[in-house]
Design a protein around this ligand. Structure first.
Ligand SMILES: Cc1cc2nc3c(=O)[nH]c(=O)nc-3n(C[C@H](O)[C@H](O)[C@H](O)COP(=O)(O)O)c2cc1C
Length: 160
């Protein structure tokens, strides 16, 4: 069974967890990249990222088209943006079908909105089989080791 970890990460937290999961699950990994890069610091980071989710933007991705057919299992990782999933997933979800896949989702955040974000992303993905969800609070900043163990344990708990 092939597994793919797909993530978007502006500040590196979701990337950190995604890499742990991919290693533990011996999965392929895909980092979504946008053509127009979001500002990475200060007010602009929150303004442009926030605007992007509020207006349901579909930022152009620079990733090559990927064939999801060989993957039975897909893990999706997103930062929480204004209580939602990051806008690059608007584009990704529109481009790809998740039908018949085993899907697990996780979110990184600073303390609010993860449940709503995960609920929304699950709603946006259609006709698949959800096998798990979890979240991490800024995992590189706080409790890095604890979050590493949490990610490994979560990966091991997923029954595909
Ligand atoms: C535009 C924007 C909106 C955010 N909104 C929230 C939020 O609603 N709740 C929250 O807990 N964190 C929020 N955050 C913080 C990020 O979710 C958090 O720092 C996350 O760990 C970043 O992951 P990354 O480093 O992979 O980008 C927001 C960050 C950005 C840039």
């Amino acid at each position: 069974m092939k597994t793919l970890v797909v993530f978007y990460s502006l500040g590196g937290y979701t990337k950190y967890i995604s890499e742990i999961l991919a290693k533990e699950l011996e999965a392929d990994i895909l980092e979504l990249k946008t053509k127009n890069v979001y500002p990475q610091s200060g007010f602009k980071k929150f303004f442009f990222g926030g605007k992007s989710v509020i207006f349901k933007e579909e930022p152009e991705l620079t990733n090559e088209k990927i064939d999801l057919k060989p993957y039975e299992n897909i893990i999706i990782g997103t930062p929480v943006w204004a209580g939602k999933y990051a806008a690059p997933f608007n584009t990704f979800i529109k481009q790809y079908s998740f039908e018949g896949k085993n899907v697990a989702v996780f979110a990184c955040h600073i303390g609010g909105g993860a449940d709503k974000c995960l609920r929304l992303i699950k709603k946006a993905l259609k006709n698949n089989h959800f096998i798990g969800q979890t979240d991490f609070v800024n995992p590189l900043m706080k409790n890095k080791e604890k979050n590493l163990r949490k990610a490994i344990n979560w990966a091991r708990s997923l029954t595909f």
